[in-house]
Design a protein around this ligand. Structure first.
Ligand code: ASP
Length: 437
């Protein structure tokens, strides 16, 4: 049995929804379908963005602001052959509650209405995500959801479920962060113990490198959950980063597929342990699976003689970050020095941070660099092959690129290199040339 999620582009127009219908009908195992709200089309914005605008409108003007969303769904219903008035009752109910509704409720209606349309079109049952996905206040409650969702879907088959939202202990609607329908799909896949979680999107899969910078980058046929985490962290945004947790716990593979390209084989994301045990084979047995990078990090460099002998030094430095609510990315360190890499902050916060570290640990020298890019070289193949770091460093030096930082975790699945923002593109191209991913 499969849980299948379709993203916003797949649900954006009547034509694309008819395409979704035919994909679902091609395989009787596609029994649980999760949908996003209609995404951007040639003429319209994303429905979720339209709804956010409605939620920001004053209560008395909301019905008027909602008219564009209503029109979008009426056009879709007409285009797919359900008739313009198919959602008449649902649209009226939403309109009559708009003035008094909380904003998460309004923002979630895109997924709600979209699931109603697809359920009608497929002849599948509609199951409201509010009954399956549970929040504690605004925080997603995985334990309760696991129990409730399992019970709610038990014995059911052929259902369409809206993505992106659930409800709290008072029955109020709460939404995940943007792109959160991917999480709903993973939760449903776990609850029904699907053999696979298929995630249909508008790209052919995860790429070996950013194709805007490295034009000959190709689609990765297989990734492990661990490799996916590293790439998602570096900004590869094909899938919501939190969506792997529910399926990972049940060893359910994820298959990224393209609604608009049926010839693309997509990217399979498989359990790390199974991959390492040889259960899944990649097309290419390359040491490096992908190279990804992100720009605009800051790095704070601190020098102090005999730092290593000073008990609590690192803790006190990190407490300064914690007090200012700055989350830390990497901490490469030497004997008498440490560097803390973090996402860019405003000048005032950066100055407060420097003052606070000065007070806390009295460094001999402290400096802040504000133009750091991080590049991750990711792949399980690195572990068994010596020389990856040497090759990477050598290649950067041949390209005359100054290496600002180097960090390699003990798991040897990723090597992180820091370069100047100005060298970012050249570094990606050089590293790609070296490893030919
Ligand atoms: N519709 C929501 C968004 O645009 C959630 C999703 O598509 O996953 O972020």
């Amino acid at each position: 049995m499969k849980a299948v999620k379709f993203g916003g582009t797949s649900m954006s127009t009547a034509d694309s929804i008819l395409r979704v219908k035919s994909i679902v009908e091609q395989d009787i195992d596609r029994r649980f379908v999760i949908v996003s709200a209609p995404g951007k089309s040639a003429v319209d914005d994303k429905v979720t963005d339209m709804l956010i605008a409605v939620a920001h409108t004053s209560s008395r003007d909301r019905i008027q602001a909602f008219a564009v969303v209503k029109e979008r769904f009426q056009t879709i219903c007409e285009g797919v052959g359900l008739g313009r008035d198919y959602l008449c009752d649902e649209l009226s109910a939403i309109e009559s509650g708009l003035a008094a509704s909380n904003s998460d409720y309004i923002i979630s209606r895109g997924e709600y209405l979209c699931a109603k349309v697809l359920a009608g079109l497929l002849g599948y049952r509609f199951i409201d995500a509010a009954e399956l996905i549970k929040f504690n206040g605004k925080t997603y409650d995985d334990d309760t959801t696991e129990t409730v969702c399992k019970a709610g879907l038990k014995g059911k088959r052929n259902a369409v479920i809206p993505g992106f939202y659930g409800s709290d202990e008072n029955g109020e609607i709460v939404v995940f962060s943007r792109g959160g329908s991917d999480i709903t799909g993973a939760i449903v896949a776990r609850a029904v113990q699907a053999n696979v979680y298929e995630n249909y999107t508008d790209v052919d899969g995860f790429m070996t490198c950013d194709p805007r910078i490295v034009p000959h980058a190709s689609v990765i046929d297989m990734l492990t959950y661990k490799e996916l985490r590293e790439l998602a962290y570096m900004g590869a945004n094909v899938l919501h980063p939190e969506s792997i947790f529910p399926v990972r716990a049940s060893n359910i593979p994820i298959h990224i597929l393209n609604t608009f390209n049926k010839n693309a084989l997509g990217t399979k994301i498989v359990p790390t342990e199974e991959f390492l045990a040889g259960k899944h084979k990649r097309k290419n047995d390359m040491p490096i699976t992908a190279i990804a990078g992100k720009q605009h990090f800051f790095s704070l460099h601190i020098d102090k003689s005999l730092m290593n002998a000073e008990i609590g030094f690192v803790r006190r430095v990190l407490s300064c970050f914690e007090k200012l609510d700055i989350s830390i990315e990497h901490i490469p360190s030497g004997i008498d020095s440490m560097t803390v890499v973090f996402s860019a902050v405003d000048t005032k916060t950066a100055n407060e941070l420097i003052d606070s570290v000065r007070r806390e640990v009295k460094p001999d020298h402290i400096s802040l660099a504000t133009d750091i890019s991080l590049i991750a070289i990711v792949g399980h193949g690195m572990k068994s092959r010596p020389g990856t770091a040497a090759r990477a460093i050598n290649r950067l030096s041949l390209a005359n690129i100054n290496l600002r930082m180097l960090d390699m975790g003990a798991s040897e699945i990723n090597l992180i290199l820091g370069v100047d923002d100005a060298d970012f593109d050249r570094a990606l191209i050089a590293l790609n040339g070296e490893f030919e991913v």
